[in-house]
Design a protein around this ligand. Structure first.
Ligand SMILES: Cc1ncc(COP(=O)(O)O)c(C=O)c1O
Ligand SMILES: N[C@@H](CCOP(=O)(O)O)C(=O)O
Length: 438
């Protein structure tokens, strides 16, 4: 039997003596000095649990996986309620070829994999606000495309919480922009003259600004927040449940930007989920691909690509990945490969997979597909899954041009496209501060 965790502590990755409860980690978002929180202990789930995954519903699997991280800070009924609401859609593995399948993570309300993390965090934060005397909370979030829409939808109308989304002007798709600028109520969108890294830096800076801290209680809904990051591990359990019959070794290719998703998968492996290898598939924002080649981590300002949600120059979660491996390069590089692709290669992959397998990938999934094929070419004894992290309709212009076909637009997207965009333009941190100090 696994250990019974009643209270998991979260340490700061800058100072392991700084420890807080799950609630504190969620409410604060970031530890002092812009550091990330990390679970003090990684639980081991019992072997029997993995052997019997296919006997359990997705809500039961998620409950077992997340319970040790939440402890008794949210009771079982409360956690079940949050999970039921969060996981109210499917996570199918779709076979593509003999040795390749895709895990479709885009069946949620905003057609992006972020819906799970956003829904779970909104549920947890809503629970803590309701039960305690926390006062009003402002959720700050930086987005390169998809997080913003998912967080906006997940937190819409949640009492006691205001959401402020920063997104880079002109660098998100039309649908993504509509999803994060049209909801109103407790959601405000700030359109930043800059790139995603500028947005993410401003958000992190606001956390260490004591004047803002006196005026507003801030937290983050990016994957730096443990309640946004941890539930992303569910995907790997759900995929494994559908793959239990496969006898080959198993590899996951994860289109990566801020590296929260792949890091959650590696956490699931550490908890006992039998995954053999991971691939971080990158567009030209490839700091981790370069790190694995050179052992030197040299971040660069992000460049704009057609897989825009991965246009991240300095991924927040890479420090968590290093922590999972005690900062040792060898064991990390044994478990993780990484490749990087240009937009041209991404377009060609979308076209090829449509023609050969009649499957339409979005640009992010296509980068994942390319990474997987490169790995499988050298490791033919594996079965590979690439994650389809967003619905192709979110990148309509790119995808339709490449496949020379119309993509059917779901009703929810048609509705959002007819709404009016409302945003406030800002250019620097001073303007963000002015807004937050109002
Ligand atoms: C569609 C899509 N794919 C991939 C990613 C990269 O995920 P991560 O930041 O967890 O690496 C994102 C955003 O982060 C995304 O929105
Ligand atoms: N790709 C993301 C960037 C932020 O990632 P997060 O997981 O840390 O929120 C996006 O779509 O905004």
């Amino acid at each position: 039997m696994g250990k019974n965790y009643t209270q998991m502590k979260y340490i700061s990755l800058n100072d392991k003596n700084h420890k807080v409860s799950f609630e504190d980690a969620v409410v604060r978002g970031l530890a002092p000095g812009k550091a990330l929180y990390f679970p003090e202990e990684i639980p081991n789930l019992p072997k029997g649990f993995f052997q019997n995954l296919n006997k359990h519903s997705k809500e039961e699997i998620a409950l077992e996986a997340i319970k040790p991280f939440v402890g008794d800070e949210i009771n079982k009924n409360g956690l079940q309620r949050i999970l039921k609401k969060t996981l109210d859609f499917e996570f199918p593995v779709v076979p593509i070829s003999e040795n390749t399948g895709t895990l479709e993570l885009f069946h949620g309300p905003t057609l992006a994999f972020k819906d799970v993390g956003a829904g779970f965090m909104a549920g947890c934060l809503g629970h803590f606000v309701k039960k305690g005397n926390l006062g009003k909370i402002t959720v700050l979030v930086a987005t390169s495309g998809d997080t913003g829409g998912a967080v906006a939808k997940g937190f819409l109308g949640v009492e006691g919480i205001d959401v402020v989304i920063l997104y880079p002007k002109g660098k998100v798709s039309e649908i993504q922009e509509k999803q994060l600028t049209t909801l109103g109520q407790n959601i405000t969108a700030l359109e930043v003259n800059g790139n995603f890294d500028d947005c993410q830096d401003m958000v992190k800076k606001a956390f260490s600004d004591s004047e803002i801290g006196e005026k507003r209680q801030l937290t983050s809904a990016n994957s730096i927040n443990v309640a946004r990051w941890l539930p992303q591990m569910f995907y790997y359990f759900f995929a494994y449940k559908q793959l239990a019959e496969k006898e080959q070794k198993l590899v996951f290719s994860v289109p990566s930007g801020n590296f929260g998703n792949i890091c959650a998968g590696m956490l699931a492996k550490k908890m006992g989920l039998p995954i053999d290898h991971f691939i971080a598939s990158n567009n030209e924002n490839n700091v981790v691909t370069r790190y694995l080649k050179s052992q030197k981590y040299l971040s660069k300002p992000s460049v704009q690509t057609i897989s825009n949600a991965m246009d991240v120059g300095n991924p927040s979660n890479f420090v968590r990945i290093l922590e999972l491996f005690n900062n040792e390069f060898k064991p990390l590089s044994n478990q993780l490969s990484s490749y990087s692709y240009s937009d041209e290669e991404t377009r060609k992959a979308i076209k090829k997979v449509k023609e050969k397998y009649d499957y339409v990938m979005d640009p992010h999934g296509a980068v994942g597909y390319l990474g997987l094929q490169e790995f499988l070419a050298e490791n033919p004894d594996y079965y590979g899954i690439f994650l389809e992290t967003a619905h192709p309709v979110k990148f309509l212009e790119t995808v339709e041009k490449v496949i020379s076909e119309k993509v059917e637009i779901p009703v929810s997207i048609k509705e959002v496209m007819n709404k009016e965009k409302k945003s406030i333009e800002i250019s620097d941190y001073a303007e963000l501060k002015e807004f937050l100090m109002q």
